[in-house]
Design a protein around this ligand. Structure first.
Ligand code: PLP
Length: 352
């Protein structure tokens, strides 16, 4: 059945192994981030076999799917108060920035006889989640009074909202804050987490500030690239996930529509370049399944013309292959397209 994503488990495991080994050399343990593939257990297991120390996801539903896997589980997104009970039950750790939520987590943890481990997020300029650096001291002073939780780490998230690139400066600041809090409040710190796949370049260039002992990798593991500059990393597979879609129409048509141009299916006014008569293939897959701007055809002579909800139009004029109706076309995906494909219930997922 198509469309489908074929996941090469062996390549996924090799990517995890490559990053785990590289990190280990620098005294760093890694979290394998599973949110981009909805934490499918088989894929999560491949990450564990490859050597990730923790499994991390932004959604508690995904960690619940993995309840039977014997691995440390981390909730990445700041918990909702309404999910506090599930969080302490199914996550061993969560990342936090709100005292009121910590109080709830502590209370729920005590109810089930657990101590919930907490990583405090510090906002070092990206302006998504995190405690403002000047406020960390006051926050910790209050947080250590809460029963049922234990502060085991500090972390930062960068290059997500603000596009801020991790460097010696901001990550150095995180280490400095963590060490200061550790001394002042006698904390037993297990984790100083220096970010996501955008911090990988620092590791590769041996520039990660001393003291960072944890990184959280999603995209690097899955697509083989660091995300500060978008470079593919030698030694990592970039084709773990292959998307296949089936051609349902193949015809020669003009490249510019005929008639007065109003709006397309998404309310945008489209623009067209006249490339003359084009050999156009329609594959049965659309914006409900993928993000067309993040698809890269493996046949390099194909280009993507556009997509509506359920159809994607390809220009196959210059392909060396003679496509027929019923043939499949293969793509690799960028992060957004992969995310949508893996969350679309219409896209089948198979492991190879
Ligand atoms: C998604 C996420 C990650 C992983 O990011 P990648 O860029 O895919 O490596 C790490 N930390 C947090 C808090 C996240 O939400």
């Amino acid at each position: 059945m198509y469309p489908r994503v074929e996941v090469n488990l062996n390549k996924l495991k090799e990517n995890a192994n490559f990053l785990a080994k590289l990190s280990e050399k620098h005294g760093i343990k890694i979290m394998g981030v599973t949110k981009c593939f909805c934490a499918i257990p088989e894929l999560s297991k491949a990450l564990i076999e490859g050597g990730v120390e923790y499994i991390a996801d932004s959604r508690i539903e995904n960690l619940i799917k993995l309840k039977d896997l014997n691995v440390k589980k981390v909730l990445l997104r700041i918990p909702m108060q309404s999910e506090a009970e599930l969080v302490v039950k199914y996550a061993d750790y969560s990342q936090n920035s709100e005292l009121e939520t910590l109080k709830l987590l502590g209370a729920k943890a005590l109810e089930i006889g657990k101590i919930h481990k907490v990583i405090l997020m510090v906002d070092l300029g990206d302006l998504r989640e995190g405690i403002w650096p000047e406020d960390v001291d006051g926050f910790v002073a209050e947080a250590i009074k809460i029963e049922g939780i234990k502060i085991v780490g500090f972390g930062v998230n960068l290059t997500c909202y603000g596009g801020v690139i991790p460097d010696e400066n901001n990550l150095g600041r995180l280490v400095e804050i963590a060490k200061k809090m550790q001394e002042k409040y006698d904390l037993d710190l297990e984790i100083i987490s220096g970010g996501n796949s955008s911090s990988l370049y620092l590791l590769l260039e041996n520039r990660l500030p001393k003291g960072i002992n944890n990184l959280r990798f999603g995209e690097a593991l899955l697509l083989g690239r660091e995300t500060a500059f978008g470079n593919f990393v030698n030694g990592l597979h970039k084709d773990v996930f292959i998307l296949k879609a089936e051609i349902i129409e193949l015809k020669e048509k003009p490249s510019v529509p005929i008639g007065n141009i109003g709006m397309d299916a998404f309310g945008q006014k489209p623009h067209f370049e006249d490339k003359g008569i084009m050999k156009r293939a329609i594959v049965a897959m659309g914006r409900q399944d993928i993000d067309p701007s993040g698809l890269i055809p493996l046949d390099q002579d194909i280009s993507i013309v556009g997509a509506s909800s359920d159809h994607t139009i390809l220009d196959v004029t210059h392909s060396k292959r003679e496509y027929k109706v019923g043939d499949t076309v293969e793509f690799v995906m960028e992060y957004g397209a992969l995310l949508r494909a893996m969350t679309s219930e219409y896209v089948k997922k198979v492991t190879v």
